[in-house]
Design a protein around this ligand. Structure first.
Ligand code: FES
Length: 208
């Protein structure tokens, strides 16, 4: 089966930007896609005063879209501040590439997860931050509802979200207990939230 890739995807796949390793990076992460097992490694160099990402490199251990989305993601955040980079979404990357086939949307999610994990790695080493609701919601924009290739935040499936003082995250999702993707979504949410060291317990309810 041949996939319908845009010319921009093919160009980034053939000539990926910012591929490689940064020696002694300020932030580093390897992320694995729960959807396919492919991986991406992301390295960043950050200016301590300005919080600008002065250099970023990635290594792909995956498919053509993994390479293209990693390449586009690095181009989009190089020279941006950490706050600007954290606002970048998998949809922004997919759109900048002229779209991706629905079965490849998770490749863009992986590129963004790699970026955010590298930034978290940097922040964890340089400052203590309390987990905010915004950060949790931001990470949930990487949880896709598989058959729609859209994330659970855009689909407005989060009915309730609370983070308690002792690190418990309570989430209600507007899906029925019979939903065929319920378990997949639950595991994906747990996977994303376990990456925050502040999260001690995750409680997910399906409430439709
Ligand atoms: Fe999984 Fe591309 S198929 S990252």
């Amino acid at each position: 089966m041949s996939l319908n890739y845009s010319d921009i995807v093919l160009e980034h796949f053939r000539n990926p930007r910012n591929v490689g390793i940064i020696e002694n990076p300020d932030g580093f992460a390897i992320e694995v896609s729960p959807a396919c097992g492919d991986q991406i490694a992301v390295y960043i160099k950050v200016n301590l005063q300005t919080r600008v990402i002065e250099d970023i490199k990635f290594q792909s251990f995956g498919c053509a879209s993994n390479i293209a989305t990693g390449s586009m993601m690095t181009e989009m955040v190089k020279g941006k501040t950490l706050d600007e980079a954290l606002k970048l979404t998998w949809k922004d990357v997919a759109e900048a590439l002229g779209g991706l086939p629905p079965v490849k949307m998770h490749c863009s999610v992986l590129a963004i997860d790699g970026l955010k994990a590298a930034i978290r790695n940097y922040l964890g080493e340089s400052q203590e931050e309390k987990l905010s609701k915004e950060e949790v919601i931001n990470s949930l924009t990487s949880v896709l509802y598989p058959s729609l290739s859209m994330d659970i935040v855009s689909l407005k499936l989060i009915n309730y979200l609370k983070i308690t003082e002792d690190g418990r995250v309570i989430i209600e999702i507007l899906l029925s207990e019979d939903d065929p993707f319920k378990n997949h979504i639950k595991e994906d949410i747990e996977e994303k939230l376990k990456k925050f060291s502040e999260v001690k317990e995750i409680s997910i309810k399906f409430v439709k």
